[in-house]
Design a protein around this ligand. Structure first.
Ligand code: ZN
Length: 472
């Protein structure tokens, strides 16, 4: 299905670029979004960001019914904006899906800037969300405003949804909208800029990845319990020791190497653009059977490792109740990113088998934080076909901005809201058109930053891409 040729002739025509005024507006929107804290904490409010964007659309004359603020909780309001077709459309809308929440960031963890202050320095924009994904939120808001200002009338409706709680929290806006307001977000397909993009190697674009499938996110709670006692009388059975022994096994364990048609195509493309041992190793893992020594060498790179297999890692720990008492409980969170084709319950059972300790319990923790003794049987989304309607303009415009870069379907190691639309039968393509150095991915981390040049290129990409998808 994905084996179709993705090559399209590149037309010589030059791409429309943004004016100084377009850029000033886009930068102002980006700054405003970064400086509104949208974390799922008492300080954060997605609604504040939605309301600020709603005001921008209403101020330039969008009809109120085309700028809808709605959500299941006062601080988790989503915004759904619509540019209507010129005449009665014959085709379903295109939905641009953008989460506006961000992961918590602490000033004390950042080197020299406040994560909730938009700082331009040394050719970068710094701030929480500059890579994930307020840059895309701002690009799409600026693009919709510009299209409206220019009087653009598409052949089909274009919808922009700015949504809550992709990063966590109890009010996932994408899921809520598709379940409760399908009419507002119903579309032929979704473009989700939360994944995909241009990979740079020392400034040179080497890959334009379009997310075609993604891993499944799952948290597991591992608990050891013990009768406890006085700490002056230690015993070998100890909840903390039992838990840490299990986690030590996990640290040493590697899930089996796997390929699917999406990752195979991505590695074939990557092999062409790599040199030396790495290129040889990439070709060796694509052989039948795959060369496991080559897989092991490549797995030293966390990106390759995560694209090769299910991964599970301990991310939180607590235990004990007093300095002078033997611990009665110890508990860890194990976060897994599951390779498509496996369910969370299958992985839970593998963890139980790996720990091989009947005194340990492995529970599933839902996105909302509820703990249950078994996990869902749900597997990853089936990759959608690379429809020409999406890929032709995507490749053409990408190659106008980054000439010669190969466009390849990829598997996202993280997880996005695309799954809720895929489950509702609406195919979703992940593409940000944001260019980042392979070793400068700082999403969720400290000193998150985006090259200024990458911002302008994404802005130019989405202006032409929305027009191409909208027709006219
Ligand atoms: Zn994201």
């Amino acid at each position: 299905m994905l084996a179709v040729s993705l090559a399209v002739p590149v037309l010589a025509q030059s791409l429309p670029t943004s004016s100084a005024a377009d850029r000033a507006e886009a930068r102002d929107i980006f700054k405003q979004l970064i400086e509104i804290n949208t974390t799922d904490t008492p300080k954060g409010s997605v609604t504040a960001a939605s309301v600020a964007m709603q005001k921008r659309f209403l101020d330039v004359g969008f009809a109120p019914e085309d700028v809808q603020l709605l959500g299941p909780a006062p601080h988790k309001q989503n915004l759904v904006v619509r540019i209507r077709a010129a005449a009665t459309p014959t085709e379903k809308p295109v939905l641009f899906l953008c989460h506006i929440d961000v992961v918590e960031a602490l000033r004390s963890d950042w080197t020299s800037t406040d994560p909730f202050e938009f700082v331009e320095k040394d050719g970068y924009y710094y701030g929480r969300g500059t890579q994930d994904m307020k840059e895309s939120d701002a690009v799409l808001v600026a693009t919709f405003l510009r299209l409206h200002r220019e009087g653009y009338k598409p052949k089909r409706d274009l919808i922009l949804a700015l949504t809550a709680d992709e990063e966590g929290g109890k009010f996932n806006g994408a899921n809520w909208l598709v379940r409760n307001h399908r009419d507002l977000v119903d579309a032929a397909f979704v473009i989700n800029p939360d994944s995909g993009g241009i990979e740079l190697n020392s400034g040179k674009p080497v890959l334009a990845g379009v997310e075609a499938t993604e891993k499944v996110y799952s948290d597991f709670q591992v608990i050891a319990t013990n009768r406890g006692g006085h700490s002056s009388l230690p015993r070998p059975d100890n909840a903390i020791y039992e838990l840490t022994a299990a986690l030590t096994k996990l640290a040493a364990y590697s899930f089996p190497f796997e390929l699917n048609e999406v990752t195979r195509a991505a590695f074939e493309s990557a092999a062409v653009h790599q040199q030396g041992q790495r290129a040889a190793d990439l070709r060796a893992i694509l052989a039948t059977p795959p060369d496991m020594d080559a897989a092991a060498r490549l797995s030293a790179d966390p990106e390759f490792n995560s694209n090769f297999r299910t991964t599970c890692v301990a991310t939180r720990l607590k235990g004990g109740h007093a300095n002078n008492a033997l611990p009665q409980t110890a508990e860890a969170n194990v976060n897994c990113r599951i390779f498509p084709g496996h369910s969370p319950e299958e992985i839970r059972q593998q963890l139980v088998a790996l720990f091989a300790d009947s005194k340990l319990t492995v529970n599933y923790v839902s996105d909302g934080g509820e703990v249950s003794p078994t996990a869902p049987e749900r597997k990853a989304i089936v990759p959608p076909a690379p429809t020409r309607e999406v890929f032709d303009p995507l490749i053409r415009i990408t190659q106008q901005i980054w000439p010669g870069v190969p466009v390849t379907p990829v598997m996202e190691n993280g997880a996005t809201d695309s799954i809720y639309f895929a489950q509702a039968g609406i195919p979703s393509y992940g593409y940000s058109a944001v260019a980042l150095e392979r070793d400068d991915v700082r999403a969720h981390g400290r000193d998150e930053r985006l090259p200024v040049d990458s911002y302008w290129k994404a802005l130019d990409f989405f202006y032409s891409f929305t027009r191409a998808l909208g027709g006219n």
